[in-house]
Design a protein around this ligand. Sequence first.
Ligand SMILES: [Zn+2]
Ligand SMILES: [Zn+2]
Length: 344
Amino acid sequence: MRQLTLVGPGKLEWWDVPERRLEGPEEALVRPLAAGRCDFDVTMIQGHPLFPAPFAFGHECVGEVTAVGEAVRRIQVGDLVVVPFQISCGTCAACRMQISAGCTAHTPKALYGHTTRGLFGVDAPWGGALSDSVRIPHADAMLTRADPRLDPAQLASLSDNLSDAWRCVGPYAHRYSDLSVLIVAGRSASIGLYAVHIARALGVAQVDYFDTDSKRLDHAAALGANPLSGPLPERLGSHRVTVNTSGLQEGLACALRSTAPGGVCTSTIVVGGGDAAIPLQEMYLKNVTLKTGFINAASEIPVVLDLIERGVLQPERVTTTLAAWEDAAEAFLEEGSKVIVKRA
Ligand SMILES: [Zn+2]
Ligand SMILES: [Zn+2]
C-alpha cells in the first residue's frame, strides 16, 4: 500500500509499504478518504530534532471501515468514521473517565503520524493518516461514525485541530450571559480560526482575534471576528473566555491578563518551547482558570461531529487548500492555515 512519509525537512514522499492487517479481535482497518494537515505538522515538516525522519505522516483523517475484528460490536465494514489522532483503549481507568489522552494501555501520548523516537518517547507503530490503510487497535472505543452523506473533506480535521478548537470555546458558550471571546493567535493557525468559527456559530457576538499575519486576520474577519493587529500589548480587554494559539510566552500572558474574573483561558500549544512565566497573582485575584494539554480526542469528537451534522458548523470555511489525495506530498508544503486532501 502507499504511505506518505516525511523523509527530511520539507520533503514528503509516497512510499510502498506492507499492507496493514488486523492484529487483534478489537481492531479495525480504515481506508482514509480525506486527511488534514495538523498545525503541528508544519513544525515537523520544517524539521525538528525531536522528530527525526523518516516516519509515516499525518494524524487527521476520516475514512471508510474496510475490516473489523470479531469482538468489534459498534462499528461495521462500510461505516464512515472519524479517526482520533490518539490511541486509546476505552477500558482503562483514564479512558472510562473520558480522559482518552491519558490512556494507560499504551505508551503515553501514543498517536498516529509521529516518529518512533521522538518527543514523549512515543512508540508509534500505528502509521500515518496519509496511507491506504490505518490500523485502529480499539475500534469501538476510538472510532466515531459519521453521516455518510457528509463530505469527508468537512470532517477531516475533527481528529485533532477542529476538536481542539471546540474545547477552547464550546463548553463555555452558554455558561456566561456576557460572553466575549479573545483569541491570541499565531503558530497554531487553523485552531485559532476554527475557534473563531465555532464561537460565532454558537452565538458569541464579540470574538476578538489578535494575530500578526495579515492573511489570517482577513480570514478571521471573514469568519465574523474583530481583527486586532500590531505589537502584542500586555492585555486586550476583558473576556470570560480567552484562547492562546500563539506559541509565545507573551501571547499566553496577554491572554491570561485579558481573562475576566471567573473566566477560563485555554492554551492549545506549548509556549516558547518550554515553561512560561504567567501572571499568577492577577489570575488568583480574578479566579482565572488556565487549561492546557492534549485534548481527549476520542471523547470530544462526537460532540463536534453532532454540530456539523446539524449544520451549526461548516469547518470547510477554514480550509485554505483543498487538494487531490495524490497531490498530498506537494499540498502539505503549501502556506495557508489549513490543508485538506481528499480522494476522488
Ligand atoms: Zn495534531
Ligand atoms: Zn485507555
